[in-house]
Write a protein that binds this ligand. Structure first.
Ligand code: KG4
Ligand code: ZN
Length: 340
């Protein structure tokens, strides 16, 4: 087996983004992502529509990834795909496509856990992005996930904390919806928060044991607060949007940092790698920089395109599994619930 020049085609279709990437060893040659706009009208991801859109997108997206990478499919060493976790109908599209193509090309097939991929995205080689050393803590924050993972090596990971209800991205999006902002509201909350006073309206921190998170109570406290204030003044949101967004964002940051501090204390590990779409949040980024100064943490955030759902992160897991000859066979099926 040639391990000098490994070319992986990776496919990601776990939620509402259809993505394909080509990697040469640990370097990304192309990373194509087709976002599905259709869900905006519904204020959230509609699983049936997502799976239909994946079916429409998958062939052109894979085609584009190969042509941008200037690689012929006959040069590929293996095909990596997201097996789970995610929406079953969406996962099935990528899984079936990857299986058929690997069979047709007679090359190995590699299953990838999406959550592991968010973490190993830190090992995509990029000139400007330093990689964490083992062991490190990974905080994955997105619209679907909130997890703290102790990463001992590429494939030895322990989930030490996770949400017991909503993901952190949902806390942003649902709070934004209460304020009448369009989906996904996270980036808008971030935008308005920059002009606001984060101490204007303190929101309570939910009491959850250990390193687990809960965000559904947080969303409810935002809802009750807004209902109460708009009864007194119907223009409350309009007049105070910046301060409300800054306070919501601060409330969420407090929850995240509180648990990270606990995780650092419990494990003695001060290297923290952040991934997932919510890591774009400017308040979270600024707070992590402060924590570096105050607590001696070292924090890592990959390039933005590798933090949101993308196939390049699936490809890097594919590359490391290829080196281990960790292949899967044609009997594999998608797995909606799939722990690290
Ligand atoms: O990783 P991602 O693109 O998709 C998955 O959910 O897997 O994450 C999307 C989530 C959405 O909830 C979106 O509102 C949130 O990330 N998000 C943000 C920001 N950018 C994206 N939340 C807060 N501030 C941001 N700047
Ligand atoms: Zn994800």
């Amino acid at each position: 087996m040639n391990t000098q020049d490994v070319y992986i085609l990776a496919i990601e279709s776990s939620c509402d983004d259809t993505s394909a990437a080509v990697l040469h060893n640990d370097k990304v040659l192309s990373n194509v992502v087709a976002n599905q706009k259709i869900h905006e009208e519904y204020g959230g991801v509609v699983p049936e529509l997502a799976s239909r859109a994946h079916q429409q997108n998958i062939v052109p997206v894979v085609h584009q990834a190969l042509s941008r990478a200037n690689i012929d499919k006959k040069e590929l060493s293996a095909i990596a795909f997201t097996r789970g976790p995610g929406l079953m109908g969406s996962l099935l599209v990528g899984t079936s496509f990857a299986k058929s193509l690997a069979l047709g090309l007679d090359i190995p097939l590699i299953e990838v856990n999406h959550m592991q991929a968010h973490i190993l995205a830190h090992f995509i080689k990029e000139p400007e992005t330093p990689m964490p050393g083992f062991p490190f803590l990974a905080l994955t924050i997105s619209g679907g996930h909130t997890q703290i993972v102790k990463v001992n090596s590429h494939f030895n990971m322990e989930v030490i904390g996770e949400t017991i209800d909503d993901a952190v991205g949902e806390a942003f999006d649902k709070s934004a919806k209460i304020l009448g902002l369009p989906y996904p509201g996270g980036p808008l909350v971030d935008k308005y928060a920059r002009q606001g006073d984060a101490k204007a309206y303190p929101f309570p921190k939910p009491k959850v044991d250990g390193l687990n998170f809960s965000f559904s109570g947080f969303k409810t406290s935002v809802l009750y607060f807004i209902q109460k204030e708009t009864e007194k003044d119907p223009d409350f949101i309009e007049k105070n949007l910046n301060d409300i967004c800054a306070s919501i964002q601060q409330g969420i940051i407090n929850i995240l940092i509180d648990k990270l501090k606990k995780a650092v204390k419990q494990t003695g590990i001060k290297q923290i790698a952040i991934g997932g779409g919510v890591s774009a949040n400017s308040g979270i980024r600024d707070t992590l920089k402060e924590c570096e100064k105050r607590f001696g943490w070292q924090t890592y955030i990959p390039k933005f395109e590798y933090t949101t759902d993308n196939a390049a992160m699936i490809g890097i897991v594919g590359y490391y599994k290829f080196l281990n000859e960790d292949f899967t066979d044609q009997r594999i099926t998608a797995k909606a619930r799939f722990s690290i």
